[in-house]
Design a protein around this ligand. Structure first.
Ligand code: BG6
Length: 445
């Protein structure tokens, strides 16, 4: 565990992410006594938003005293001169730089900061938010730039889904239990569904979102991370290197077979570009071409402006042989294990049993057992910030991994067809139902 005094620099420190997630998470960690070694948090931004002080200080008065605002323009060399003066006062401390800024500013910031840090010997870490690049090529360029100034052990690429309890529990359930890992393969599993449905539209992020779309915003990162935790092989050891090796290995065997894109009605007007063909919804059929998963499709679905928020992975098992139930004139439903991230963090196992009021020879009925994941942390960012401070990179994305993720989606970045339109507030668009019905399956939602 890191016991070094450190200071945290948040570039974009008055922005949306900082305000909604980073500061509240830091304040909670502070209150729980996890930030004993924190010297100061510096918010670097062009202007102090009026409400910044209120937001930071009201979270916790004592935590607020550790927070400083530094006027900063990431593209202006003069700002780095000023930052240099500040660093002079922090000799011997670990410096953590968190890039919570527009991805268009990543390169300038990394370059200017990297050059400045050459004059200092402090231990350092740099955190890069998503999106990490816009395609494979730009992600490689960003990696190259980072490696000019930092080593991999200093680079923390964030995907906040990895901080979620449920995602980490996929790993635990699989690799700490013989009864689950033993059936986690093509012999028992029919298919896997990974869904992230959202009620919100693009809200105030229209201009940015329109350049990104659901493929870059959700599929390339969160959805494929959920897939890799579900599909990876057990690591040789519980270490950050071996865990990430296995994720890279599974991603290298992953390919998208079909992808369907949709856009909610009113989106193009909302973002102010009537001709926009950016997708706000997608379904993908994904295959993992290895010994464990041959013949098992992974169906992914994610979209915005739908009826409800639902994020979950459902592992659907094969049917039992019909000979058993032929005389009963019914077919038991397939067993399922589902990992839910939202609205609740929970595990549900669904299976068939004799009905409570039934006879021995009666059709089984669906039964389920639920387990809510208890958690000390409210927010995925709390977990990730703590790992960052402690220097554990297991839940951060390695350079080769980010490129492997881009390689999976790269063939689908240039859409050939316009997206279909769906109504706001629909549970799931009809096209998405048909996407999987075509293969005799249905979504479990
Ligand atoms: C973000 C995306 O990374 O994840 C957003 O940019 C999306 O568009 C969000 O809404 C979803 O995260 P969560 O934790 O609410 O499922």
């Amino acid at each position: 565990m890191n016991k070094k005094t450190f200071s945290l620099f948040i570039f974009g420190g008055t922005g949306d992410l900082a305000k909604r997630k980073l500061f509240p998470s830091l304040a909670r960690l502070y209150q729980k006594g996890y930030l004993g070694e924190l010297h100061k948090v510096y918010s670097l931004a062009r202007s102090k938003r009026e409400d910044w002080e209120r937001v930071v200080c009201q979270l916790d008065e004592n935590f607020g005293k550790l927070c400083n605002f530094v006027p900063f323009d990431v593209t202006d060399p003069k700002s780095y001169v000023e930052l240099g003066k500040l660093l002079e006062e922090l000799k011997g401390q670990e410096l953590i730089f968190f890039l919570s800024i527009s991805p268009y500013l990543f390169e300038d910031t990394i370059r200017n900061l990297g050059k400045l840090l050459r004059n200092y010997t402090n231990p350092r870490k740099i955190v890069v938010e998503k999106p990490f690049g816009f395609d494979l090529h730009s992600a490689q360029k960003l990696n190259d730039l980072l490696y000019r100034y930092f080593i991999e052990e200093e680079i923390y690429r964030i995907d906040h889904y990895l901080g979620k309890d449920t995602v980490q529990n996929i790993f635990s359930l699989r690799f700490s239990n013989i009864i689950f890992e033993g059936i986690w393969n093509k012999n028992f599993i029919d298919h896997v569904q990974i869904v992230a449905l959202e009620k919100v539209g693009v809200e105030g992020r229209g201009e940015f979102y329109d350049k990104v779309g659901a493929i870059r915003d959700m599929l390339q990162n969160h959805m494929l991370q959920m897939l890799s935790f579900t599909a990876m092989e057990p690591p040789a050891q519980m270490s950050e290197k071996f865990i990430r090796d296995e994720k890279v290995k599974v991603l290298r065997n992953t390919r998208i077979e079909r992808l369907l894109r949709g856009q909610y009605e009113g989106y193009a007007k909302e973002v102010g570009r009537e001709s926009s063909t950016t997708e706000t919804f997608l379904c993908a059929e994904v295959w993992v071409d290895n010994f464990r998963w041959k013949g098992v499709p992974f169906y992914i679905m994610t979209g915005k402006a739908l009826e409800d928020k639902l994020t979950q992975i459902t592992v659907v098992f094969k049917e039992v042989p019909h000979s058993f139930t032929r005389l009963l004139d019914c077919q038991p439903l397939q067993n399922r294990i589902s990992f839910q991230m939202a609205p609740q963090s929970k595990l549900t196992i669904t299976f068939e049993l004799r009905p409570p009021s039934g006879r021995f020879m009666s059709c089984p009925v669906e039964t389920s057992m639920e387990y809510l994941f208890p958690s000390e942390f409210e927010e995925a960012y709390e977990v990730l910030l703590l790992d960052l401070i402690e220097g554990d990179q297991s839940l951060f994305i390695r350079g080769d991994e980010i490129e492997a993720l881009w390689e999976v989606v790269q063939p689908f970045l240039k859409a050939e067809e316009d997206p279909f339109l769906y109504s706001r507030g629909v549970k799931v668009p009809q096209e998405a139902l048909e996407f999987i019905q075509a293969e005799g399956r249905a979504w479990f939602l």
